[in-house]
Design a binder for this molecule. Sequence first.
Ligand code: PEP
Ligand code: MG
Length: 947
Amino acid sequence: MTEKKWVYLFSEVEQAEKYAGSWDGVRGLLGGKGANLAEMSRIGVPVPPGFTITTEACNAYQDIHDFPEGMWDQALTALKVVEERAGKKFGDAQNPLLVSCRSGAKFSMPGMMDTVLNIGMNDETAKGMVALTGNDRFVYDSYRRLIQMFGSVVLGIDDEAFEEVLDEVKKEKGVKMDTELTTADLQELTAKFKQVVKKVKGFDFPQEPLKQLELAAKAVFDSWNSKRAIDYRRRENIPDDLGTAVNIQTMVFGNMGDDSGTGVAFTRDPQTGEKKMFGDYLINAQGEDVVAGIRNTSPIAGLGKDLPEAYETFLEIAEKLENHYHEMQDVEFTIERKKLWMLQTRNGKRSAQAAIKIAYDMVMEGFISKEEAIKRVTPEQVDLMLHPQFSVAAKDAAKKEGRLLATGVNASPGAAVGQVYFDADKAEQMHRDEGQDVIMVRPFTKPDDVHGMLAAKGILTSEGGATSHAAVVARQFGVPCIVGASMVSIDMNKRQLTSNGKLVKEGDWISLDGASGEAFIGKLDLTTPDVEKQTELMALLSWADDISRLQVWANADYPKDARRARSYGAKGIGLCRTEHMFFEEERLPYVQEMIMNSEKTQKMLNNLGALEAALKAGRREGRALTEADRKALEAEIAAEKKQIAESKGAKAYFGALDYLLPQQRSDFYGLFEAMDGYPVIIRLIDPPLHEFLPSMEDMLTEVATMRALGQTEGLAEKEALLDVIMSLHESNPMMGLRGIRLGIVYPDIMKMQVRAIFEAASDATLKGIVAKPEIMIPLTGHVNELKLVQPTLVQIAKQVMAEKGVEFEYKFGTMIEIPRAAVTAGEIAEVAEFFSFGTNDLTQMTFGYSRDDAERNFLVTYVEQGVLPLNPFQVLDRDGVGKLMKMAVDDGRAVRPNLEVGICGEHGGDPSSIEFCHLVGNNYVSCSPFRVPLARLAAAQAALRHR
Ligand code: PEP
Ligand code: MG
């Protein structure tokens, strides 16, 4: 039987592969770092020689608390080979080999396990190294570092014990930085560190290099079961039985004179993605000097002058590594006496811009497939490309200066800098009249704040959550927004806010980062990327479209938003919230007029309808009509008609509708024009009517004040308005008279809207535009609602097309946003030609959480405490809401196989929710125009993941 192999030289990767069966197996056996070092050796990259003790040895060690049989002998044999290759001897006084001993598990666990450098140094080898390098300062600096590292990592001495001594010595010498210590100081420190070991452990720092190595390797194995490593594994779901490998590798030194050096570099520019070497180096220095920024480094190209041969080799190797891994590499190298060594290579971290450019370029260079390019960019990176940004450095600096004002829910990404205003009118006015950049700060927003929100560069609210009005509207318009910043307290009287012990007055400057949910005092510098010019991004997204099964549509109310959505790649409009147009300044009075007179007029209309129905049926109150009854009934009908015709209220009601019709027609025409050839889903009125009227509290105060002051002018109108507001008041308006219920109680509004839509679509068709209207009826909960409302609307559609003499494709469908609708989707699909999941309401009603209040009151705590894994208003809850969606799609399609299914809630722009929509078989997702690009990428990634 051959002996179990516990140790692999870096050059034995083939054997490792044979044993482990696959590259994944090699990573499991040798750890990620070991596998990578071996791989570099295999492709002929100069790596300081070394070997790896396997994870299997680690697991065996854990069982018996000792090295398994044969392992140490194998390590010593490997060390001999390493000595030969390095041309140095471990523990030799003249030409000593020093090694590092590092952990390396299959999956990277940064900083969780132990490392010891400079192993092999002792009093004798230190002298030898001084003779070799002529750099006694470096030698004693390395020696004292070994004692400290070995002392704390291997011997378990509290690091503080060494730090205290270091502080004492520095104080004594009157210096602040380690670098200011002289050689003599470092020698003294080395001696004192040895005393620490002796004092705490009762024995001397081991001078025997092999003992150092053995203990260091054991310490690395032990660190696999340290508390922090175990905690990390739990969090990252890394199994405990993987074990860590130990890498023992020759130390090389870049500080052996002017023919030595060290550096770090990226094979492409990590900021811009440009294909050119990017990095820094130092002559006669150690790696950590570059990283720590102790000395001023030089741009990598300068190495071509200083050490031309090594530089040439470096460029060749960097290219080789990139070609091998087909990824931008982040490499570390050291040149020891003109000889170049590669110490590390890994995939380089990069900015969003660089990620996109590199992925695109690598496809063009033939390195990777389009699919691979799409996998390498994240939706968040795409998103970042569309919004102005603050640099991390600017934010860090602001935090250091104590300028962090507040944190809240990151509702809409992007960075904004502006002057604070506390109401929509003022915000709009300061922007319009003074040309100011404004930030609107409110407790929360309502539809009548929209003009201020549109004028604002950013929005901050102290209440509300991810699907609150402020969040939804801000995202839709691409305005950076933070909501639910509960530490912000707004004093409307003093027109100021306080937060985190800071005071901000109206007109003061603040900066918002909508992507991180952080607000800062003062102005932070901004950078704005130009989307249209980003040809690489555009190309990448068009590849994504070829791969996706899901289409991406957009939520847009206005033609300009639709045009933007189209230019960002939207293939339709998934939601036009028509009521937003009702809030426009010149229209709102007519909307209010309509509402003020709706109840009375509707009563008359209902009366008339009942009388006419009785006449038609020939029965009234359960009896057949006599001739006399019929006559009387006809007279009643005539009287009712006359009353309606003469009623001021009814006139105002129909007058308002007549005013609104052409307005809406032109809104819709603009949308059809912008989306020529693509479907446009227009949702009929959804919100409760009271939202279009002033708040009850304000009106009560106003009327009471007028009465108290004896002001009579205009009082009667205000009182009438208050009456209507009170009659419309509901305790739970979100569950009240809205959506399709309005369509049943006040049918004329929806009828007017459908007429406007079809007139617009007809006009557009006559002009050669391909209009594809889809009429969406909101908030259906029972099929009977739809059966009552939809046929009348379809009738109007047909009538308009007949009047105009045109025909075009159209659909009538509904939103699925009430759990009952999802559960009875089979019945609903018999009437509705399409479904669109309104997951804002569906989440609200499935959880029973108010979408406007939950975050402020408990939802943030729920997520923090792990009651819920994520905020369900941001990321779709697959187990609950998602189950309802799946049921609705399956049951709906069972009845109507070609049922069109989409989503238009805020989840339509969230990558995980998009993936779920792919899985349940949606036709499209619809999101705000600014999220269209990221959604296109996410849709393709979902398709690739679930091929
Ligand atoms: C929804 O409920 O998901 C939806 C899109 O409608 P709204 O947000 O307008 O209620
Ligand atoms: Mg809704």
